[in-house]
Write a protein that binds this ligand. Sequence first.
Ligand code: GLA
Length: 672
Amino acid sequence: MKRTLSVPGIAYGGDYNPEQWPEEVWAEDMRLMREAGVNLVSVGIFSWALLEPSEGVYDFSRLDKILDLLHDNGIAADLATPTAAPPAWFFRAHPEALPADRDGRTLSYGSRQTFCPSSPAYRQAALRIAGALAGRYADHPAVRMWHVHNEYGCHNAACYCDTSAAAFRRWLRDRYGDDLAALNHAWGTAFWSQWYYDWEEVLPPRATGAVSNPTHQLDWRRFCSDELLSLYTAERDVLRAAAPTVPATTNFMVNFSFDALDYWRWAPELDLVSNDHYLRSTDPEPQIDIALSGDLTRSLAHGPWLLMEHSTGAVNWQPVNRAKSPGQLRRDALAHVARGADGIAYFQWRQSKAGAEQWHSAMVPHAGTDSRIWQDVVRLGADLKALAEVRGSTGTAEVAIVWEWDARWALELPSQPSGELRYLDLVRAWYEPLWRSGVAVDFVRPDADLTGYRLVLAPNLYLVDEAGAANLTSYAAGGGTLAVGFHSGAVDENCHARLAGYPGAFREVLGVRSDEPFPLLPGEPVALSGAVPDGATGSLWSERLRLAGAEAVASYADGPLAGVPAVTRLAHGTGSAWYLATLPDPVTLAALLDRVREEAGVAPVRTAPPGVEVARRRGPEADYLFVIDHTGQGAEVPVAEGSFELLTGKETSGTVTVAPGDVAVVREPRGQ
Ligand code: GLA
């Protein structure tokens, strides 16, 4: 059954935590929410201790009032299960549910998300409160969505206690068909005397004196993701049983450094995919991160999604928390809409007076409504209202970037040829030039159906299984254009090296073979020559590559591998397969990807001046072109005749003019 969010137009709101405030404030909240055009708030995310003061004893009086108040004011509730923050009484009764870290330290309660994901007592308590909420509010007219838990794994992705160890063993028995020899083979335990003779010998990868087994660590990450997923599905099923038509979501964190969950496995379990996104103060171009994470979230959702959290200004969990510049709140929010968000929400509605997040920005700041943030919040509400018709429209990408959590985890295991390789950095390096050129991108799994794409990029696919490798190979062999980055195809799903030369699984389709990697030290790039811009360099990686059918596009011009091919191309009928055996500097990488993309016949969604972001959503009757000026200079961008700019409500034919730092959303008639 397809369960959809019944809120008109683009959803707008944030986490609403009125329990932090006296009731007098709630009436003002309603007035201000209406003023800002808020139509959906997430309620009760961290309310467990107040909702269930002691085991099995509930106090719903506050939540009853809040939901009624919201409904009376025409605001929908995304009602949360409060299971990310079990109360103190729970841990006093069940100290065994506290998690242990890698070093065996048991952590204490007194914060949030400090529980063992495998604890039976936790699971039971979580399902009990979820059931109580579902029973009471399934038919409440304000409740339009369930917000299950909060950011699974944010603080407790892995627990190393004995309970978790037993759960890990159960998961492993299932994975290896109860065959310990199969586990020993997969983990390569003949090495360093790690052979297991009894399942009870198998532990989580706790702190060890030397490096622990890589496949052990990889299976652990898979287990941790699945374990949390099983908590999500268990809660969701309880909610679904009580309210069969209400959609359920949980907020993902697809960007930044969080990498604990394999969201490809999670996304199909959600009725609506939602994501949280925060900017890093040190990122000079956070708008690229917004676009990347938005494209990835849309790809996980296979369509529109909800931005469940971002910030109106500074966060409070970085060393220095930067406020947003003038106009940035609007640009950021609309940039998420450009990438497929059908809802925009913030953490949180009203900035807390007390508690760990008192210095985190909110929609109603400490300063109150006499503040720039509030003015921007109200303006954004009007903007989103004007974009109502955009809801439901999707992306139009002809380029796919291969993204795989397994591959990310494996690449970043210790004891690699280079400890400098970061999956997200490599993907971002390849994504950036596409963003700058206004090229639309989807993200796909290695074994995805690629027929709709003209170009497939795999910036890094260190680990790939046979099915994924075969899929990418047949895509290129069948005339698609494929570009693969270094240190790809190197290992199979068990982290076993593919023998007879690198890049393992992709040697044949790329027409190259290398016999030895030569990783580069930080700050020691090598020069590149050939069909590359003057001054081109490569960093991070080089390898002694031999052509085996491919042509050399560029070679190392100095260093230990002078004269050896660094970038190669092999024609396959109408398509081609490219190998980038180093990380070219940004200008060179952009030039190479431009060439690859032009060969593949991929055009930008629109040509725009540098620093002006363009993205397109496709609706059933029209396209929506988003133009976002990040230059502060303003821009003029060509649009179809007979277009209409939704934010200003004005016709705009032939071109659209965007004021400095501003955004335009242009409805273009179909077929132009
Ligand atoms: C996360 C959490 C929120 C809040 C914000 C602060 O996204 O889900 O509860 O802590 O971070 O940025």
